[in-house]
Design a binder for this molecule. Structure first.
Ligand SMILES: Nc1nc2c(c(=O)[nH]1)N[C@H]1C(S)=C(S)[C@@H](COP(=O)(O)OP(=O)(O)OC[C@H]3O[C@@H](n4cnc5c(=O)[nH]c(N)nc54)[C@H](O)[C@@H]3O)O[C@H]1N2
Ligand SMILES: Nc1nc2c(c(=O)[nH]1)N[C@H]1C(S)=C(S)[C@@H](COP(=O)(O)OP(=O)(O)OC[C@H]3O[C@@H](n4cnc5c(=O)[nH]c(N)nc54)[C@H](O)[C@@H]3O)O[C@H]1N2
Ligand code: SF4
Ligand SMILES: [Mo]
Length: 739
């Protein structure tokens, strides 16, 4: 007889730094009946966030897509009424769908060249296999355009790497030991929930929490000090802090001499950033800047949690770079519990070459690496690429081999996009300049395939919709960007209906295309072993994973990286030893990489074009923060009623400072129209005196759940960040009027 219940170790694969270890209880009928955090995982600590605690609502939602679907002949693409989307599609078998898709991709490739096919994916799952494995192999072998996946972390990531060479950070558990925690553009309580208990423990022992965020998040409301900085001015604040630190001799001279490069030049640059000048940009007082600098430089250990909020403005790369330098100026890295964390992802040395097989491009009809198309410029890619270029906006295409350099746009080359393959993403909701994205998606000559679990803003434009799996329904291996554990996620339940994983889908499509390389037949278990580079002795051959075996992963579910194996005896103090992977081998205050590219080697503050200092502010004087919802994950979960209820207070609201509202004769609860040259959106005004004057805020929802079928991304632009060619969601100017 079958056991009545079994408990399966899985890993939450949503795009969140915490990568929780999740225990799923499955009953004798094979149904998941309970989901909980693994108490043995040192960061998960036995609890899940409010979103995923209710995960079985998503897994067993009656709205799951269960079968492949094909758009009914002759129907135009565009927003469909929620709940009736299926009427536009007819059910087909997997064989029919795969054959038809393969045939069409072949035809597009033969007619326009393979680069006219564009994959579009991001982080619907961050598991190693689901995020990028068989799909990467498939598109490389096909010769399809390569997608430059810049929408989230490139600006900050590349900025961090310019300073430190690799993304390490203070171990999450060590935040407990800090005496000062600065959450800089980081909504810990909403987006990084498992860091919160560490901060609470530190505070019980007397630590202070400072939050630097224009918006009064729950994290900010719970802080000892909330610094409501003006959006996009963080580089000025960081330089202003350095000004005070160097002026008052609070820097760590020994650490600077031993470990860093360019300190004198940095100090000279910081001299220009007097507290008075910085106050005028940031909206703080000179005294506040001085006391922040002193408290930061004289408290030990002091740790910065910089998250990705800072880098979503035009100068976000430079801002992240300047902030990243602070713990090197004060030597905070030397103290356990001090330092900083943007992302821990650099510690996971997966064998990407084997997993993604970029070399297969040589076997494609192109015979070389395909062009790169920046995902932040999907609207442009679908409406203008291959047409004659106009204007000076750049093209969203970077030449091969420049992935890790700073952002440089090259001229458009190659064909227009004729086929779009979307998975792990909902660009109809999350991509900037949504009106352009929608015009592109609506093109009748564009062939669009979407692999997802639900009807979304993007499936409304699909020719084929294919049903995808949740993390309970497939096997995975995963790292994290907020801790140092490798984790194995086992399949807990059978997929509902005919839902299939990303790995399965692209393996099948490869067969249909006639790709004969054996790697297209790899099973998930084989790809996991390749990712870990398991050798003949059963151990991983990846740097920092040499102690990891499949057996231990199977048994415990999570295994720490070498740097984090014995934190009490050997605490990990990033960047305090050895040669770093920067050109000078040191922490670079002065970036030799930027200097070699003819750019300023030092950080400087330049106000964003779309800010109160820009030309556009004459017509659109308000700065919009188009933020994430605490109870969704980007656009994920927005379809579930329970999650929407938790968001009720702020759904479809435009938060405004009372002075800005009064100047426009707007009262709390009024219907308002938010607009700029790119689009306009109707919301309801909610007065909020904690916002800096001149700043308005709204939260992201599915477009199709908004009146008008659009969301705030009709207002955001395709302009790219200074470093990393990332998205600039938080540099958006608007005007507001009563509707
Ligand atoms: N609940 C929940 N959790 C999530 C997500 C979600 O949607 N919901 N999304 C996940 C994803 S994809 C990511 S990338 C991470 C992101 O996690 P965070 O980096 O925390 O992301 P954001 O919410 O984009 O930005 C953080 C804060 O930065 C503030 N901010 C905006 N502009 C500025 C500025 O110019 N300066 C400063 N100092 N602050 C600014 C915003 O008001 C916001 O409160 O969270 C992940 N976790
Ligand atoms: N205005 C504004 N826009 C933003 C942001 C913001 O803060 N403000 N944040 C930006 C950021 S940081 C990010 S990371 C992006 C996020 O953009 P996306 O990565 O597109 O994130 P989601 O909206 O969560 O959409 C993920 C989709 O993948 C699907 N999915 C989940 N698992 C799987 C799977 O295993 N297989 C397949 N095929 N599909 C799966 C989900 O159902 C969901 O529809 O949004 C960006 N857009
Ligand atoms: S979304 Fe983040 S906090 Fe929530 S369960 Fe997943 S990894 Fe944990
Ligand atoms: Mo993100």
């Amino acid at each position: 007889m079958a056991e009545p219940f079994r408990i399966v170790h899985t890993v939450c694969s949503h795009d969140c730094p915490d990568s929780c270890a999740v225990l799923v209880t499955v009953n004798a009928e094979g149904r998941a009946v309970k989901i909980e955090g693994d108490p043995k995982q040192p960061v998960t600590l036995g609890f899940l966030c409010a979103k995923v605690a209710k995960y079985l609502d998503r897994v067993y939602s009656p709205e799951r897509i269960l079968h492949p679907l094909r758009r009914r002949a002759g129907l135009a693409k565009g927003p469909l009424e929620r709940g009736r989307e299926h009427e536009a599609f007819e059910r087909v078998t997997w064989d029919e769908a795969l054959d038809a898709i393969a045939k069409r991709l072949k035809a597009v490739s033969d007619t326009y060249g393979p680069e006219s096919i564009l994959p579009y994916s991001y982080a619907g799952t961050i598991g190693v296999l689901g995020y990028g494995s068989m799909d990467r192999r498939f598109f490389a072998r096909l010769g399809a355009s390569r997608l430059d996946r810049t929408i989230c972390a490139e600006a900050g990531g590349q900025a961090w790497n310019l300073v430190y060479g690799r993304k390490f950070g203070t171990p999450t558990e060590d935040f407990r030991l800090a005496k000062l925690i600065v959450a800089w553009g980081a909504n810990v309580h909403g987006n990084n929930v498992h860091l919160w208990p560490m901060i609470e423990q530190a505070r019980r022992k007397g630590a202070r929490l400072i939050v630097i965020d224009p918006y009064r998040t729950r994290t900010a409301a719970l802080a000892d000090w909330h610094i409501a900085i003006r959006p996009g001015t963080d580089a000025a604040l960081a330089l202003g802090m350095m000004h005070v630190i160097f002026r008052e001799g609070l820097e760590d001279r020994a650490f600077i001499a031993e470990r860093t490069h360019g300190a004198e030049r940095l100090a000279a640059r910081a001299q220009e950033y007097t507290p008075e000048r910085v106050a005028a940009w940031t909206g703080l007082t000179a005294e506040e800047i001085e006391s922040l600098a002193r408290e930061y430089a004289t408290t030990r250990p002091a740790v910065l949690r910089m998250n990705y909020g800072v880098q979503r403005s035009e100068n976000g790369g430079t801002a992240a770079r300047a902030i990243a330098m602070l713990p090197a100026v004060t030597g905070a890295w030397r103290h356990r519990g001090g330092g900083g964390q943007l992302s821990t992802s650099g510690a996971f040395a997966w064998n990407k070459q084997a997993v993604e097989r970029p070399d297969l491009a040589l076997a494609s009809p192109l015979g070389r690496d395909a062009r790169l198309v920046n995902m932040c410029r999907l609207g442009h890619a679908l409406t203008q690429l291959g047409a004659r270029e106009q204007g000076s906006e750049g093209t969203g295409i970077r030449e091969q081999g420049t992935e890790n350099s700073t952002s440089r746009m090259d001229s458009a080359e190659g064909p227009p996009v004729h086929a779009l393959f979307v998975y792990n993403s909902n660009p109809g909701a999350v991509a900037p300049n949504q009106n352009a994205v929608r015009r592109g998606l609506a093109r009748s000559d564009l062939f669009t395939v979407v692999h997802d679990l639900f009807f979304t803003d993007t499936t409304d434009y699909a020719d084929f919709i294919l049903p995808a799996t949740t993390f309970l329904e497939h096997t995975e291996v995963q790292g994290a960007y907020g801790h140092y554990f490798v984790q194995l996620s086992k399949q807990a339940i059978e997929p509902p209906g005919e839902a299939r994983s990303n790995v399965w889908l692209f393996g099948q499509l490869a067969q249909r295309m006639g790709f004969e390389e054996p790697c297209f037949r790899d099973t998930p278990e084989e790809i996991i072993r390749q990712a870990l580079k398991i050798g003949a002795d059963g151990r991983s051959k990846n740097a920092g994973m040499e102690h990891i075996t499949m057996e231990e992963l199977e048994e415990r579910g999570h295994v720490p990286l070498a740097i984090h194996r014995d934190p009490e005896a050997h605490p990990f103090l990033p960047y305090t030893q050895g040669t770093l992977e920067t050109p000078t081998g040191k922490i670079e205050f002065y970036s030799e990489t930027l200097a070699a590219a003819g750019e300023d080697g030092l950080p400087a503050f330049h106000p964003p074009v779309e800010s109160r200092w820009g030309e556009g502010a004459k017509r659109y004087p308000l700065e919009l923060l188009g933020r994430k919802a605490d109870n969704y994950l980007n656009s994920t979960f927005a379809n579930l009623e329970g999650h929407r209820k938790m968001e009720a207070r702020l759904r479809h609201r435009l938060e405004m400072h009372p002075a800005d509202a009064e100047a426009r004769a707007i009262a709390d609860g009024d219907a308002v129209c938010v607009f700029n040259d790119r689009g306009s959106l109707e919301l309801t005004a909610l007065l909020n005196a904690s916002l800096p004057a001149g700043v308005v805020a709204a939260k992201m929802d599915w477009a199709k759940l908004h009146p008008g079928g659009i969301n705030m991304n009709v207002l955001t632009s395709e302009r790219l960040t200074d470093i990393g060619a990332g998205a600039t969601f938080y540099s958006t100017l608007v005007e507001v009027k009563k509707a």
